[in-house]
Design a protein around this ligand. Structure first.
Ligand SMILES: *Cc1c(COP(=O)(O)O)cnc(C)c1O
Length: 237
């Protein structure tokens, strides 16, 4: 099946309120443009250099393409999300081009994004990545750290907290996946029911679910699913 058919098939399963994020890491720009042609507008990448190279390539291509009907440059309606581990020395390759960083996995990174925003005069949309899987190798903030950031007194003037992201344990055991999603859903609900605050005024997104488990994630209140393989096929590492 082609990319367009794959997207169609997934969309049939998604409620209209759930955003489909197409994960294009390891796939060439050509495949991204094929998905774009099929109407997909939200894409996610996880490796800073690879992402940056694709952005430059896209800027090059868009010069040769007619403007959108709005008069904006071609492809400027693509919304990029970053979903991988971001080291401080790489933030300049990523932040200027993304509408959201879904993978804030440490307080240090959050502070650095905030400081970058102060220098550049912009606000960055972020999701805090919760460590919900049983594998220690996966990254993410602990539940306590997330509560401290969102409910504690420290201010982050150049950050807009949009919600939480999580990855379930890599396993065939559905009960383990359900337990992971349940953990992040409970945390999400607890934060949503906290007293109203400036920090939480735009907090509404729960990004859970990938190719193998997005149907389950929908049962736990996913508002975004991040799907790579089911759209673009297997990645060649
Ligand atoms: C690669 C990746 C995905 C997509 O995984 P698939 O199984 O290919 O759908 C989703 N989220 C994150 C954080 C990823 O790194």
């Amino acid at each position: 099946m082609g990319i367009a058919e794959n997207i169609e098939k997934i969309k049939v399963e998604l409620p209209s309120t759930v955003k489909l994020v197409a994960v294009s890491k390891f796939h060439p720009l050509e495949n991204i443009l094929e998905a774009y042609g099929a109407g997909q507008r939200v894409f996610a990448e996880s490796r800073p250099q690879e992402f940056h190279a694709k952005i430059l390539e896209l800027q090059e291509i868009s010069k040769g393409v007619e403007k959108l009907s709005t008069g904006a440059p071609a492809f400027s309606d693509i919304e990029w999300h970053f979903i991988g581990h971001l080291q401080s020395n790489k933030i300049k390759l990523v932040l200027p081009y993304v509408s959201m960083v879904q993978s804030v996995d440490s307080l240090k990174l959050l502070e650095e994004i905030d400081a970058w925003g102060a220098r550049e005069g912009c606000i960055t949309n972020v999701l805090l990545e919760a460590h919900i899987a049983s594998e220690m190798t996966k990254s993410g903030l602990s539940i306590n750290e997330i509560e401290e950031i969102l409910l504690g007194g420290q201010e982050f003037p150049n950050i807009c907290f949009r919600g939480l992201m999580g990855m379930a344990t890599f396993t065939d055991d559905e009960s383990v996946i359900r337990a992971d999603f349940s953990k992040i859903k409970n945390l999400f609900d607890r934060i949503c029911s906290a007293p109203a605050s400036e920090k939480l005024k735009d907090f509404s997104e729960l990004s859970i679910g990938m190719s193998d488990d997005f149907e389950i994630a929908l049962e736990y209140g996913a508002t975004m699913v991040r799907i790579g393989t089911d759209i673009f096929g297997p990645r060649v590492y």
